[in-house]
Write a protein that binds this ligand. Sequence first.
Ligand SMILES: [Zn+2]
Ligand SMILES: [Zn+2]
Ligand SMILES: [Zn+2]
Length: 384
Amino acid sequence: MEGFEIRISNSKKGKGLFATKQYNEGDIILEEDPLVSCQFAWNAAYRYLACDHCMRPLETPEQNVIRLSGKPDILLPHSNCFEDDLLNITSCNQCGILYCSEECKVNSLAIYHRTLCYIQNDAHHPINLLIETWKQIHYPPETANIMLLVRILAYIQQHSDPASAAATIKQFCHRTVNEDAELVHKVLGDEFSGQLNTLREMTANVINGEYIQEFLTPEGFCSLMALVGTNSQGIGTSPLSLWVTSVSQLTMSDDERQQLDMFIDKLYQYVEEESGQFLNTEGSGLFQLQSACNHSCAPNAESSFPYGNHRIQLKALKPIMPGQEIYISYLDDCTLQRSRHSRQKELAENYLFMCWCERCSSQSSEPDCTSEEDNSEEEIDADD
Ligand SMILES: [Zn+2]
Ligand SMILES: [Zn+2]
Ligand SMILES: [Zn+2]
């Protein structure tokens, strides 16, 4: 039996995820694959090799770090176990795009790829034109990808019951027209928000049909773009970080540990010198259950990608009692450490809500702004 349910939260937040049984710290609450997911356009352009369906890396951590650092002699200790993942690589018979396994190839074709299979080196193909336009609008770090939006449309189009698939997607859209417009402004950036119509026309050149018409109108497209901007969850499957996680779990002496940590710091430094900041987030996806989780600045759960692909796992960070709401943090670890004012500013800008979580409520007497804080990345909450 599942130990959670999605229901209306009594506050203004709309739906929320609630525990129906007790969870202890470390317990797995749920695991799910996304409805659709997609690698970021710039990651693909930087040749981060990943399965086109599940984003599992298609290179070993060692190959990854050698390519990104430009240093061919780097040897990564404890990295043999990653080679097995590369044994089942296969490709689409038509377009040659790579998958980690036969299973991913079959699933991708069944869910969206039948509609979106095309010869990739044709620069004038509508998909390539769309991706190029998107990349010019959205320089890294990317937080949303136009191809995730296209895959959502293909998912509806290819579904055996397209009307119900469209309804599933519309569950994620629950904002007003004005709020959607504000979010899209944020996703595209001020100087590019006028290009929404261009993107819409280019998307309609890629995919079109009876059941997706409503998403290709100016309002529908804006709403879908806002959905991708706020509901899609970043997916971290980069090989180097998978390796770092796996070695951090090995038992070793303090001395060895210190050596290894220094080595890891150096690797990140090499990568940064050659390829710019290391991209830990490979792409993003749309998760049905996980996206029902509301935000708290003192979350009781946390999501991760323990299988090195797009399958998400939600784990309890502290005991959760039946009837309690399950919260994750929408803020990155660094922002989460900052003052109430900084956190609220970030949430208002990116998600358009005022946070009244336990922690924010208890800090509501704090002054609204400490002026240094907005100028300094380093400043952290003194009371935490
Ligand atoms: Zn895969
Ligand atoms: Zn194909
Ligand atoms: Zn809060």
